[in-house]
Design a protein around this ligand. Structure first.
Ligand code: C2E
Ligand code: CA
Ligand code: CA
Ligand code: CA
Length: 276
């Protein structure tokens, strides 16, 4: 028995070391990839609930490795977050968006907003607001064109640091969106104090709509919450007409998902939504 326990323990330890080794390899690949310019952005439309007007786009990062394979962010962001690389990647995303946004505006999408995701190490830095301001100024962009998406989990678990940064950003004119809403543990009284422009309903809740009563009840509650707080609600992961119909019926104003448009590179976005 004692022996089994020992060997079991060392198996687990071995597996842990494997994971660690793989992460270290990926981190070094990521670093080289960053130096070689292997990252690019795709943009996913955020539409009005009729699916007709483009209200905003969300910038989503992709990694094209030298062998041509494209790695989705869920696979490399958590690894990049283990080092300072996430901060450099995050700055690159902001720079790239500031480069692309004037082209969208010039193509007739006046007032279009771009949503940007930020990870904790990038966001929880008191220099962020001033740096972000300098970047948008240099690009001639109004801060209100950017909406920063922060996960509910990140905001709430670092509330003492995150709240002053959120306040500073909104003072400067940036907007903030609470991402993956419903997955964390927000107290409603805390939520009320956050300077946010919108909530994003996590797509996990949309999966059961309109079939499952519980999911439907949660989604309707979030829509009410947003309305009562006077902020926008964006439903993520809308894949079917029946989901869209349900959301519209209960007053959702903004929707995002494969039904309305997949994330696409800038040229495709320009082609699809250009206004003569
Ligand atoms: P997220 O912020 O929740 O982004 C939404 C994800 O859902 C995106 O995955 C998007 O492609 C996907 N999605 C959109 N519509 C649908 C749909 O109808 N069905 C399904 N099944 N999925 C849909 P993606 O691009 O793979 O990004 C995954 C996560 O990686 C993001 O989740 C975000 O947390 C993170 N991420 C992406 N770009 C960045 C970035 O530039 N910086 C940081 N820090 N994180 C990023
Ligand atoms: Ca997001
Ligand atoms: Ca989300
Ligand atoms: Ca997510």
């Amino acid at each position: 028995n004692g022996r089994n326990r020992v060997s079991h323990y060392s198996d687990a330890q071995g597996a842990e070391q494997d994971v660690l080794a793989k992460q270290l390899i990926m981190l070094s690949e990521l670093q080289h990839g960053f130096e070689r310019g292997e990252f690019f952005l795709v943009y996913q439309p955020i539409m009005d609930a009729h699916g007709e007007a483009l209200a905003a786009v969300e910038a989503l990062i992709r990694w094209r490795k030298s062998d041509g394979t494209i790695v989705p962010p869920d696979q490399f962001i958590p690894v990049a977050e283990q080092s300072r690389l996430i901060v450099h990647l995050g700055r690159w995303v902001v720079q790239q968006v500031c480069h692309d946004l004037p082209r969208l505006h010039a193509a007739g999408m006046h007032g279009l907003k771009v949503h940007i995701n930020m990870a904790a190490p990038e966001f929880l830095d008191s220099d962020l607001p001033a740096e972000l301001m300098a970047t948008v100024r240099a690009a001639g962009i109004d801060p209100s064109s950017l909406q920063i998406e922060l996960t509910e989990n990140m905001v709430m678990s670092h509330i003492d640091t995150s709240l002053p940064i959120m306040r500073k950003l909104t003072q400067l004119g940036f907007e903030i969106s609470l991402d993956d809403f419903g997955m964390g543990y927000s107290s409603l009284s805390l939520l009320k104090t956050l300077p946010i422009a919108s909530l994003k309903i996590d797509r996990g809740f949309l999966q059961g709509v309109p079939r499952e009563r519980d999911d439907c009840a949660i989604v309707r509650t979030m829509l009410d919450l947003g309305r009562n707080m006077g902020i926008g609600v964006i439903a993520e992961g809308v894949e079917t007409d029946s989901q869209l119909g349900y959301l519209r019926q209960f007053g959702c104003t903004l929707v995002q998902g494969y039904l309305l448009g997949r994330p696409m590179p800038l040229p495709q976005l320009l082609e699809r939504y250009r206004k003569a």
